[in-house]
Design a protein around this ligand. Structure first.
Ligand SMILES: [Zn+2]
Length: 323
């Protein structure tokens, strides 16, 4: 079903009113974000994060068309398809500084998925390291950037891809640019601290695991995937003591073998897990797909396209197994 281009669905979606599209048979709505900030964050170039005013508008949209629901209701199955549950990946500091105060004011529950390897600003996710490098390169003259990288044109997309694909290159370029990631972590403080995570929990938010240090699961074997999951769960259960054991796959759950899910649920005792495949029914019980909001393009336009895509899957798709 991945052969239906989403871009075509977006064009088709333009002709529909959102109210009409919301009549489509659909699963519980699970939009997710990473960060909300009014500042230019040097470590984030890989997705279109929202400023506070955009974020509040989007929250008002959700509240207009859906009802907020907690993680517990999702796990217990006591939710309806008109509900929504918000979540935020990667455990960035703004979850506590910017996002939580807005959610509390509006009475919206949420889950924050954290990577224990980065909590307390211990290390920086490789994609964020690539963004820091690229941000610095973009501030240089074209000549100087070409001299350092060996590339004539340091364009955002193309270059970010090559740096992300090659971790040695990130560190090599960082060295040439005299970027010290420990200094960056100390000054920028991109991540939540353990104390902040605890405080979010005490304010009623759910805290879940997002793997230990956010590797691409398709690049590691099953044993390593399981290790990443168990290490992040061990930190969660020994530090945060969450009521519900939840896991959001880093990047995507696509290609993760069934055996890994079995280990998660049967051996590790997870209550629920999440992927990032959009508004979509999933075949596995207690595994939900979330909608990535921070895509390029207009919020409503993208969402309408997503519902058109869902309807096509409903009509011709095979994997229409409801939870
Ligand atoms: Zn992530």
């Amino acid at each position: 079903m991945n052969t239906i281009p989403r871009e075509i669905c977006k064009q088709v979606g333009r002709f529909f009113n959102i109210k009409t599209l919301l009549k489509i048979k659909r699963p519980v709505f699970l939009p997710f974000y990473h960060v909300v900030s009014d500042e230019k964050l040097p470590h984030i170039l890989n997705y279109n994060y929202r400023n506070t005013s955009q974020f509040e508008k989007e929250l008002d949209f959700y509240l207009k068309y859906f009802k907020p629901v907690g993680l517990k209701e999702l796990v217990n199955g006591t939710y309806s398809d008109d509900d929504f549950h918000l979540s935020f990946d990667d455990g960035l500091r703004e979850c506590s500084d910017v996002i939580a105060p807005v959610l509390l004011r509006k009475g919206i529950p949420a889950t924050f998925f954290v990577n224990p390897g980065f909590v307390d600003n211990k290390a920086l996710f490789h994609k964020y390291r690539a963004s820091v490098v690229l941000t610095r390169l973009k501030n240089l003259s074209a000549e100087k950037a070409a001299q350092i990288t060996g590339h004539k044109k340091v364009s955002s997309n193309e270059f970010l891809k090559t740096t992300i694909l090659n971790e040695n290159l990130i560190d090599e370029l960082a060295q040439k640019l005299e970027i010290n990631f420990d200094d960056f972590l100390a000054s920028q403080q991109p991540y939540l601290t353990s104390a902040q995570i605890f405080d979010l929990k005490n304010k009623g938010f759910s805290i879940g695991a997002h793997s230990f240090n956010h590797p691409e699961f398709w690049k590691i074997d099953t044993a390593q995937q399981t290790e990443e999951i168990s290490k992040s769960l061990n930190w969660l259960t020994s530090t945060i003591l969450p009521e519900i054991k939840s896991f959001a796959f880093p990047f995507t759950d696509s290609g993760v073998p069934k055996q890994v899910f079995d280990t998660m649920f049967n051996d590790f005792g997870f209550d629920v897990s999440f992927g990032t495949a959009g508004v979509k029914y999933d075949e596995l019980a207690n595994h939900f797909q979330r909608y990535p909001v921070e895509q390029p393009g207009d919020f409503l336009h993208n969402l309408k396209g997503e519902f058109v895509y869902l309807e096509l899957r409903n009509k011709i798709g095979k994997s229409i197994v409801k939870h």
